[in-house]
Design a binder for this molecule. Structure first.
Ligand code: COA
Length: 256
């Protein structure tokens, strides 16, 4: 827990990381980014599913901190970009599944945080956008690369060129979020999803995440080859033996 984030973990290893600068709509200043990076490293060994959300009922994260960015020189901007990329990469490479609970505004760096997660669920009042163009800049923490991979090339170009702010239903049509929930149901729903994931076989879940991530990061041949190795590597694990025995014995599996 720092002033800008809070971290909670359940007994089963569901970690909720909440960005807590509600007075600035959870905008990401340097301290917040550093706290997120530290927290991800701290909780990684014990986390079976990670939820990322924003404090308050108006905003997930309203973006990078515009007051901080206003007077940056190019070298200072480069350092801020590197810090932002470090956080997004740590989130993207986080071994356990990650869910963004988008409880309001997700602009710029806030949208980029969601793009680095595995699953995005939005509240009905969420508004999302890559709004950087109207600040005279472009997405700088992965948005130009991750958004087209998720929503397709032209949609991403349109979102980034026009800087439009889209509502949750439109985001769902674009495939940018996979579900839209009434705001008051978002936390319960996301917690239930994370609980289900926390009871899945963890070695297999991590292998699945790594393999699917490769689909957009490498050639088809390299991805298929990784899949074969990862698949066969799971044989002999306790969870593989338990999962298959449970099926054949007609009972529920109890994974490690
Ligand atoms: N960086 C720094 N501060 C931010 C911020 C950001 N990205 N987004 C909001 N804030 C601050 C505001 O400056 C304001 O601070 P203040 O009370 O000290 O003046 C506070 O958060 C509340 O925001 P405000 O604009 O007054 O609320 P609103 O309800 O009128 O509008 C938004 C909310 C999100 C629509 C508006 O703040 C906004 O457009 N923010 C910028 C979004 C953006 O372009 N993000 C991408 C950055 S790369």
């Amino acid at each position: 827990m720092t002033d800008s984030i809070s971290v909670e973990m359940t007994d089963r290893g569901v970690t909720t990381l909440t960005i807590t600068r509600p007075e600035k709509l959870n905008a990401l200043n340097v301290e917040t980014l550093e706290s997120i990076a530290d927290a991800l490293a701290d909780v990684e060994p014990d986390t079976r599913a990670l939820i990322l959300t924003g404090a308050g009922d108006r905003s997930f994260v309203a973006g990078a901190d515009i007051s901080y960015m206003q007077d940056l020189s190019t070298p200072e901007a480069q350092a801020y970009a590197e810090l932002g990329h470090h956080v997004m990469d740590a989130l993207s490479a986080f071994p356990a599944p990650t869910i963004a609970a988008i409880n309001g505004y997700a602009f710029g760096g806030g949208l980029e945080l969601t793009l680095a997660c595995d699953i995005r669920i939005a509240a009905e009042n969420a508004i999302l956008g890559h709004t950087e163009i109207d600040l005279g800049i472009i997405p700088g923490w992965g948005g130009t690369q991750r958004l087209p991979r998720l929503v397709g090339d032209e949609r991403a170009r349109r979102m980034i060129f026009f800087g439009d702010r889209i509502d949750a239903e439109t985001a769902a049509e674009y495939g940018l979020v996979s579900e839209v929930m009434p705001a008051e149901e978002l936390t319960t729903h996301v917690n239930e999803m994370a609980d289900v994931l926390a009871f899945k076989p963890q070695v297999a879940l991590r292998a699945a995440k790594e393999a699917v991530s490769l689909a957009t990061e490498t050639t088809l041949d390299a991805g298929l080859s990784f899949e074969q190795r990862a698949w066969s590597g799971l044989f002999g694990t306790d969870d593989q033996q338990e999962g298959m025995a449970a099926f054949l014995e007609d009972r529920d599996p109890a994974f490690e």
